[in-house]
Design a protein around this ligand. Sequence first.
Ligand code: MN
Ligand code: MN
Length: 454
Amino acid sequence: MYAKNTWKKYEDHSDEVMSFNEDYKRFISQNKTERACVKDAIEMAKNAGFQDISCFDELKTGDKVYVNNRGKNIALFIIGQKPLYEGMRILGAHIDSPRMDLKQNPLYEADDFALLDTHYYGGIKKYQWVTIPLSLYGVVVKKDGTVIDVVIGEDDNDPVVGVSDLLVHLSGEQLDKKAAKVIEGENLDITVGSMPLKGADKDAVKANILKLLKDKYDMEEEDFLSAEIEVVPSGPARDYGLDRSMVAGYGHDDRVCAYTSLKAILDSDVSTYTSCAILVDKEEIGSVGATGAQSLFFENTVALLLMKMGIDSFVKTRETLARSMMLSSDVSAGVDPLYASAYDKKNAAYLGRGIVFNKYTGARGKSGSNDASGEYVGHIRSIMDQAGIYFQTAELGKVDQGGGGTIAYILGNYGMDVIDAGIAVLNMHAPMEIVSKVDVYETYQAYKVFLKDA
Ligand code: MN
Ligand code: MN
């Protein structure tokens, strides 16, 4: 069903939409880093009968297996009825979100405050990240290899931290600057304390923070060198709108597609082709590194699966990938009525109109996009219509308005068919993003349909 208000489909059973979103809200409220997402995904996968790859000497139809890459990237599979090298049905989403990361040497004292220096991660409007409650979330790795989990600012009894901004009374000069410069990247520093350590003289406030960190986490200042602490908006996801039709929360991009992809495979049975969901890291900074989509992890994993089916072949590995079909599960820009002129309304995504297919994204003449083939789009339309899924098609804004990337083209490099398919978001990359509950649910249904495709 093309571009129709999807609430109509659920008029008489909106309960299932609402209850699915309760679980989704729990997921994004508790998992604000890629590491937390992978940890929870493994827990959920185990409960659904999936096992780590190391538990299998050989793999056969119906086996449910996951492969964990450094706790930041995970691939899950249900081995299908056809041989693996006939291709897979793949859902791929990213679990990193825009934020601020602590620098390696972050802690300093200035004007009787202790502060933590950050480098922002991904594309943000910096002015949106000041004067809001923030949490510190991540790990500190000590020299002996001990990994300390840190989550400060999420429990009701926790303190929060934040980035300050100049009072309006003294902002004449600041308010004349361009919005991109109103808050400078180097000014995104986190205030973490103001009380001096008893008996200390120089940098006594900083010394007090170091003492707190020593007492609570047994960490030294030097341990920041090997820490990965992400600064994220504090607090749980909430219902948005008087009618509770939407979810306000941090990190819908792209945990809303990650969660629905994960749930889709966990709730699926064996189908004709092998089902796969991959949750990747680092999309927001170019899909780089060992845990990003450009890593050979996924290709190596497919080779490993084939090995466990008795096939040790580079050619078959590449064949498996080339014969696969993929939905690059990523969010789309929902039309904002306050800024309607940024969109071509005939080719834009609307909150509440179901899953969004982006044939291409990109910028400046489709540059950097995957641009799925008409044949593949035709196939996807057909299976969605057969299953009664409500869907829409969109571009990311007007021509030459801007643009964005996804992981679609990276998997497309293998010669597989890929299309971007996900959920429309308002306020994308802001500390509080908005999605429609009915889109979350319909997208989950659409992902299940795709995995079943024979
Ligand atoms: Mn993004
Ligand atoms: Mn995204």
